[in-house]
Write a protein that binds this ligand. Structure first.
Ligand SMILES: [Zn+2]
Length: 97
């Protein structure tokens, strides 16, 4: 079973977690000033890379907190987890194709 390192609880089974999609998606500073196309891209368009990718995860059946993770989408290996609002210690360029 895959274990995920929750920043609060430590290593826990993957069945306790849920992925919340791409991390670090910046909301436009003034939403009223963006075009409908730009707004829809902010809401719906996400990267789908092959390799290491930053994602938001929630420990749904544990502490209930959101955190960020660097996960390799090819091997499903978690490179690192880190608190919301933080930056990863690792670089994300190692396997991105
Ligand atoms: Zn937790």
């Amino acid at each position: 079973m895959l274990l995920i390192d929750c920043p609060c609880c430590g290593l826990r089974p993957e069945t306790e977690f849920r992925c919340g999609g791409q991390a670090h998606v910046a909301r436009p500073a003034t939403p009223a000033d963006v075009t409908d196309k730009d707004w829809s891209e902010y809401l719906f368009v996400r990267e789908n890379p092959r390799g290491v990718h930053a994602e938001r995860w929630i420990h749904q059946h544990g502490c209930g907190r959101w955190f960020n993770a660097l996960r390799d989408t090819v091997s499903d290996r978690f490179v690192e987890t880190y608190p919301m609002g933080g930056d990863p210690k690792s670089t994300t360029t190692e396997t991105r194709l």
